[in-house]
Design a protein around this ligand. Structure first.
Ligand code: SF4
Length: 241
């Protein structure tokens, strides 16, 4: 949905045509950190230390390479690669103390048919249910936090998770939490019923636009400065011919 909103042509390349894209070092670093943070909660609470988390990095990275051998070429300086990964984990530990709580779910799959045409699903990094029943949805980001004024947009993904949780469990999550390890910042939001109904409406609107584009086979390119980072620029009608 985010691709479609940014550029319908990009959405077509990725989601309709399923054109392959080369792996991205930032995305692979993100996967590595997410894996470590997921598995960190497998070990007893007192042992969830920064040094134990850092020790998990080489093994998890090796597994990642075995699953996707092409990513090995991305890392030219392995010492620098692990140093950056350790820094990001260090930033996480300054924002949260994982020895003090037990998460309820990690990588929780939420899904639902919002309508006969609209199936929605996603994986929540972490979802914690307090003994008193309050729900907190947590998402880890290895990049930097949004600039002032852009936080609301950043919470859209978590509001979609909150909507799915509400529809499935009848409880509106109390807190949405984004943990940005890139610049050591944690931002929170408390969704209201009105926010989630608005989110649902946005989903319906974007889905209707996507279905219309599919029906007409009309995916207009929307060139912006982001095109310089788009792998498909060389074949995109906005830039070719
Ligand atoms: S190059 Fe720009 S306009 Fe073309 S698909 Fe990519 S993002 Fe869209």
């Amino acid at each position: 949905m985010s691709d479609f909103n940014n550029c319908p042509q990009l959405y077509k390349y990725r989601t309709i045509d399923l054109l392959p894209e080369p792996p991205s070092i930032d995305a692979e670093r993100g996967t590595l950190i997410h894996t470590v943070l997921e598995d960190l909660f497998e070990i007893p609470a007192p042992d969830r230390t920064i040094s134990n988390a850092a020790q998990m990095l080489p093994e998890k990275w090796q597994t990642q390479i075995e699953e996707k051998p092409a990513i090995k070429e991305l890392v030219l300086d392995s010492a620098a690669w692990f140093k950056r990964a350790e820094e990001l984990l260090g930033n996480y530990f300054t924002l949260e103390n994982p020895t003090l709580f037990e998460p309820t779910y990690r990588e929780l799959h939420l899904e639902m048919d919002l309508s006969p045409e609209l199936y929605l699903h996603g994986y929540v990094d972490r979802l914690d249910v307090a003994p008193t029943g309050e729900v907190r949805i947590v998402d880890y980001k290895t990049g930097k936090s949004p600039k002032p004024g852009w936080e609301d947009k950043a919470f859209f993904q978590l509001r979609v998770y909150a909507l799915l949780y509400w529809k499935n469990h009848g409880v509106i999550p109390k807190l949405l939490q984004l943990i940005y390890m890139g610049d050591t910042r944690l931002i929170k939001s408390t969704p209201t019923e009105k926010d989630l109904i608005k989110t649902e409406q946005i989903l319906f609107d974007v889905a209707a636009d996507i279905l219309r584009a599919i029906e007409r086979n009309e995916f207009r390119p929307r060139p912006t400065k982001l095109c310089d980072w788009c792998f498909f620029k060389a074949i995109c009608p906005a830039h070719v011919g």
